[in-house]
Design a protein around this ligand. Structure first.
Ligand SMILES: Cc1cc2nc3c(=O)[nH]c(=O)nc-3n(C[C@H](O)[C@H](O)[C@H](O)COP(=O)(O)OP(=O)(O)OC[C@H]3O[C@@H](n4cnc5c(N)ncnc54)[C@H](O)[C@@H]3O)c2cc1C
Length: 471
């Protein structure tokens, strides 16, 4: 495609056309998407602001190196299908990352950000790829002639789905084993529906089934089936199990009713009962005063979910550092503030207080102050001696982060790193210490983000293909 002729001066004066968001009062009434899609005209107007920088910083910053300038150029000319297909050249879940990638990648790299508002690149990708799917424009799913090789994929998150798609297209038989009732990993049992609609993940799974990917849900490897069972039926194994274990603070009262881990709370509040695991199917009776502990994007998701529950009167975040040090992405924090979440900085939980029925009634907190920077470069939070306070609460959501499941990695017998993640030769080949077992995604990186998990998984799928062909 010829690059559009750029009159820099003129382009710099064009008004931004960001994707619209639903008004706060309206969006708090349901779990529907907060960000709406551009209209075709608005999307073209936004694409027409692109300066087509020779070094394409947006493309470089994208973990998947999507050719964003080319897609924008095609969109500007009204070539919607061609523009949407550009994203599929380098990525497998563009409808999904376009909704959940934080600002830090393509959008933060946009040159226009230094002179005003960056191009709303993620929203444009969402508009193009969703329109393509809804108008049946996706190319037919086609697999190569069967190679006779079988691969087991443990975990159906973005990493597992990506490996399954690539290997199936190359003619291998891929079977995904998933412990939950529905495939999708954290895209279903984690990320709230107001950020990522369930329909988008379900549509992707349906296409993978059409392609020939096999799914065995409600099957936990290490419990329902063993590694030896998988080895008996498959030529290679890919591990994409993420980091499913919550960090717990180990405080008195953690066993009280009303103390929830983030994943359980998010799943029970966001998802239809029929796709919840049995133990989570009871209605969520959570009270009206909800505290969320932690300062990451998961904590913001919990606050925003709590604010959508009809009985909530208070959704309050307590974080041991200050606002500037919160690891949450900016967008999630802004949305949480807009929607009415309350924040108490420099407060760390000491104890969960219960009544005679073992139900949570209050939380006792320690006031903190900031000391010298720690290993993360952030100032270390230190307790202020004698300064504690107690706040009534009906429920508390623990959102301190996630770690790998040590029982599962021990079952596999693979070497692990210091924090329990699986050790691989390189992130590109995903080769673990056990021949024939490959890994990628959060189980290798530690709890991270969707696009890097998929980028690594795509490389590892190529290494797996080479392994299968050589074996
Ligand atoms: C609440 C929340 C919100 C997030 N929001 C964002 C966001 O907005 N943007 C973003 O980029 N990233 C976000 N992330 C991070 C992102 O979801 C992850 O980085 C990504 O999903 C990792 O992909 P994965 O395939 O490695 O693992 P996962 O998505 O965790 O999938 C692993 C799958 O393996 C299954 N599994 C585990 N053990 C077994 C076993 N023994 N047998 C069978 N199956 C097993 C699990 O049930 C799960 O389905 C969020 C994470 C959380 C928790």
């Amino acid at each position: 495609m010829n690059k559009p002729k750029i009159n820099l001066k003129k382009r710099l004066q064009l008004a931004p056309h960001p994707a619209p968001e639903r008004p706060v009062a309206e969006r708090l009434r349901d779990f529907g998407a907060v960000r709406l899609l551009h209209s075709p005209e608005e999307a073209r107007a936004e694409a027409a602001r692109c300066l087509h920088c020779p070094t394409a910083p947006c493309q470089q910053a994208c973990p998947l190196h999507n050719d964003i300038p080319r897609a924008l150029g095609l969109l500007e000319r009204g070539e919607f299908t061609e523009a949407a297909l550009v994203y599929y050249e380098t990525s497998h879940l563009p409808e999904i990352y376009s909704r959940v990638c934080p600002e830090q990648f393509c959008q933060a790299a946009c040159t226009l950000g230094k002179r005003g508002k960056p191009i709303d690149t993620r929203a444009i990708e969402a508009f193009l790829t969703t329109t393509l799917r809804r108008t049946d424009g996706l190319p037919a799913a086609q697999a190569a002639a069967p190679t006779g090789k079988h691969v087991a994929i443990v975990g159906s998150g973005p990493a597992g789905l990506t490996v399954a798609e690539i290997l199936t297209r190359k003619g291998h038989t891929a079977t995904i084993y998933e412990q939950f009732p529905q495939p999708g990993g954290l895209m279903v049992y984690g990320i709230p529906k107001f950020k990522l609609e369930l329909e988008i993940v379900t549509a992707k799974i349906a296409r993978l089934k059409e392609l020939g990917v096999r799914f065995r849900c409600n099957t936990r490897i290490g419990v329902d089936l063993t590694l030896d069972d998988l080895r008996a039926e498959h030529d290679a194994i890919f591990i994409g199990v993420g980091t499913p274990v919550h960090y717990r603070p180990g405080l008195p009262g953690e066993e009280l009713t009303g103390v929830y881990e983030a994943t359980e709370f998010l799943s029970r509040a966001n998802l239809p009962t029929e796709i919840l695991p049995l133990p989570w199917q009871a209605p969520l009776e959570i009270g009206s005063r909800i505290h969320v502990l932690g300062g990451g994007s998961t904590a913001m998701d919990c606050l925003r979910t709590a604010l959508r529950l009809p009985q909530t009167t208070e959704a309050a975040c307590y974080y041991r550092r200050s606002a500037e040090q919160m690891p949450s992405d900016e967008g999630s924090y802004r949305h949480a503030l807009e929607e009415g979440a309350a924040f108490t900085w420099l407060a760390s939980p000491l104890e969960f207080v219960g009544d005679e029925h073992d139900a949570l009634t209050a939380i006792r907190y320690q006031r903190m102050q900031l000391g010298e920077p720690d290993q993360s470069g952030r100032r270390r939070p230190l307790p202020i001696p004698g300064e504690t306070f107690t706040v009534p609460a009906d429920a508390v959501i623990l959102a301190f982060g996630y770690r790998p499941d040590p029982d599962f990695t021990a079952h596999l017998g693979v070497a692990t790193e210091r924090w329990g993640t699986i050790k691989v030769e390189t992130r590109e080949n995903g080769q673990t210490s056990v021949p024939g077992i490959f890994a990628a995604g959060d189980i290798v990186r530690g709890a991270d983000l969707l696009a890097p998990a998929v980028a690594d998984a795509a490389h590892v799928a190529e290494a797996l293909d080479a392994y299968l062909r050589a074996s």
